[in-house]
Design a protein around this ligand. Structure first.
Ligand code: TXA
Ligand code: MG
Length: 315
């Protein structure tokens, strides 16, 4: 049976951090901000703790989790790093890049984290709250986005509460996240880098740092990114893309100068639009309108990641 908690939202600070670390050590998941989205974190070496994440999210257990570590030394105890992986880590960690790497036989990770795959998805986050929680608990932390499986990712503590209230004990509230889109997921190989999920670190940056070609993972290579299920990040309401104006009963999410209900970036700044995207989808979903419409977003730079999320929201 799934225990029901009264979820507490605590402003991030020394005392809240100590309490959160105690919960982690006791095998309980805690919601914590990263620079991308809020994560639901638990001890990645404790199978019961990891099972509690899947259960709180209603997530299928064939979909593996990202493991968060504080620094490179901790990362090396979990996975094998090639020269390319080393270079990417040096350039982009801490930050919004997740690397899929061969898992070490002696990693100590719960098999539930990797869902039985020979690889592990690793990331060194930049957000001070997540970093402090890893340090204080002394554990690698498995953390998917802190929302019910398939729904819109949380970029504020209120989003976590709206989705997981009663399912987790504690949310560390440190305000809105800065990136607003989930990390880029990349699998470095000998002669190329496979991009499994577009995100804040854009493909061109990965190529520049390594001198290797960056190839988008094909849909049939979805074995590698089981979380890239077609319908994901989905609001409860139908979503129409590339909308230039609102039709009757539509809530229009705009971009650039245009009449709309909420604007991702009036100055048409893609980074700002990425940071505001999920909050806008949450607003649209909670509005009185029956449907959601979204303005066209250019494919340049981080626009690739924004359009990836929008396509899934509309699927
Ligand atoms: O920004 C982020 O990445 C956030 C924050 C909390 O760190 N986390 C996040 O986790 O977005 P989640 O669980 O929502 O997405 C993780 C993705 C899934 O698509 C999963 O299938 C993929 O990572 N993944 C995990 N392990 C993998 C592996 N070994 N091979 C391929 N894909 C993997
Ligand atoms: Mg997610």
């Amino acid at each position: 049976a799934n225990p029901v908690y009264s979820t507490r939202s605590c402003r991030y600070g020394a005392e809240a951090l100590r309490e959160a670390a105690l919960l982690i050590r006791a095998g309980e998941p805690v919601a914590v901000p990263t620079e991308t989205v809020y994560g639901l974190a638990a001890d990645a070496t404790d199978t019961h703790a990891v099972a509690a994440i899947y259960s709180a999210k209603g997530r299928p257990s064939f979909n593996p989790l990202i493991v968060h570590v504080a620094h490179m030394d901790m990362a090396r105890t979990l996975a094998h790093f090639s020269a390319t992986a080393d270079r990417l880590a040096e350039r982009f960690w801490p930050g919004p890049l997740t690397m899929v790497l061969p898992v070490r036989a002696d990693s100590g990770l719960s098999h539930l984290v990797t869902a039985g795959l020979p690889t592990v998805a690793l990331r060194v986050p930049a957000h001070p709250a997540m970093r402090a929680l890893i340090r204080e608990s002394g554990r690698p932390l498995a953390a998917p986005s802190a929302n019910r499986s398939g729904s819109i990712s949380p970029t504020r503590a209120e989003h976590v509460l709206a989705s997981l209230n009663g399912k987790v004990r504690m949310v560390l509230d440190e305000g809105p996240t800065s990136e607003g889109l989930e990390s880029t997921i990349a699998a470095p190989e000998m002669d190329r880098i496979r991009l499994l999920r577009p995100g804040p670190i854009i493909a061109a940056m990965l190529g520049e740092a390594t001198g290797l070609p960056v190839v988008a993972a094909k849909a049939d290579a979805a074995i590698e990114a089981p979380g890239q299920l077609e319908s994901h990040y989905a609001p409860a309401k139908p979503v129409r893309l590339d909308a230039l104006r609102a039709e009757t009963n539509e809530y229009l999410i705009g971009f650039g100068l245009m009449p709309c209900h909420i604007n991702l970036s009036p100055e048409a700044d893609l980074r700002e639009a990425g940071a505001n995207l999920f909050a806008a989808l949450h607003m649209a979903d909670a509005s009185a309108a029956e449907r959601i419409a979204v303005a066209p977003i250019p494919m340049e730079g981080i626009g690739a990641a924004i359009n990836d999320r929008l396509r899934r929201a509309a699927a």
